[in-house]
Design a protein around this ligand. Sequence first.
Ligand SMILES: [Fe+2]
Ligand SMILES: [Fe+2]
Length: 406
Amino acid sequence: MRIGVYGGSFDPVHNGHIAMIRSALKSGFIDCVIVIPSVRNSFKLYTNKLPAPYRFYMMKETVEGLGLKNCYVSDIEYNIEGVSYTAVVLAKLTSDAYIRDFLTDNGVKRKKAEEHHEFFWIMGSDTLGTFETWYKPGEILNYATLLAAVRPGDTTDVDKASSSIRKNLGGRVEIFRLDGVECSSSEITTSGDFSKVPDPAREFIKLHALYTENTKLAGVSEDALKQFYDSSVWMYHYLGAKRLLHTLNVGYLSAHLADVFGCDKDKALIAGALHDCAKELPLEKQTELAREYAGSLFTEKKLLHSPAGASFASEQFGIKDKEILDAICYHTTGRGNMSILEKVVYLADKIEPSRTYTDLTPIREAAEKDLESAMRMTASAVRDKFVSQGRDIHPMTLLMMKDLGM
Ligand SMILES: [Fe+2]
Ligand SMILES: [Fe+2]
């Protein structure tokens, strides 16, 4: 097969990206496109507006939602340590075993997936001029032909740029015509006008309340921001889409609530983001990790992931701050004498934007002004649920309720 590879931040994906994919498929040069939302690309290490998993799943939902044929989204960069340079990504992607498995996983017939493949790196004509300054450009050209998009009225001297690449590096460059609108992700997020964002991505953005004041994380330290982004990549390996996005949403909301109620915003972001990190580990592993952090305090299956999460975040992700670990440990049950940080994470978990299990408007409104009252409303909903299911309320939760005057 002739495979086009299209990498980018997609922060957010917009109609210009979709036009690029469609025009490349129509160009006659390629049979399919593999889209690779960046994890840690060289130019924007931690400067993307959203952590990688949001951009990955937003792209996946967009490709599916628009019904783009012969277009697959790849998570290959999650398995690359350090910066995901194009040369490094292509080395991995073009290996026989990797590409065969990737294509068959995406529904391509095995016989076709095992054929010899030819790769094309899809790029805008504007980046063609700087290609020779990329990391190991010669190596990139060993793996792939450059497939550069030119739009009508393009001012870049494409011929000059391509002949320089051919002469200096000996690679192949092909040009195709791009039909479609011109737009830029940064213009979209700066203006707040999302009309050039495809519907499925717009719905995704709305569901998770992305690109809002709260997700800008004003005032969060650079270290915490890095830790948040790195945690999202780390957790990608342990959590499915829904849970991963939920736990990251809780990070964002906890950081916002920390602003409202006055606790450490960095800690709230990290504790919230990591609170469910252990939830999809095998139960046996959860039991073992839970015991390490909290002895025999938690035994019920549904509760194990909280203390287990504290151990897991500490051992595997290197979080040693006791306040953060406690906020993770008690996020399901609460406890007596809770810190503001613990309350913030507890609350954010129940009401983050993608939670739709009941009408959360009253609690969400209360959470903007009165922590105790929002906590009481949440705890009383939890109590009702437990009573209706005939389950015992955990003694720690009873202590929390007592503190709340319930
Ligand atoms: Fe949880
Ligand atoms: Fe949760």
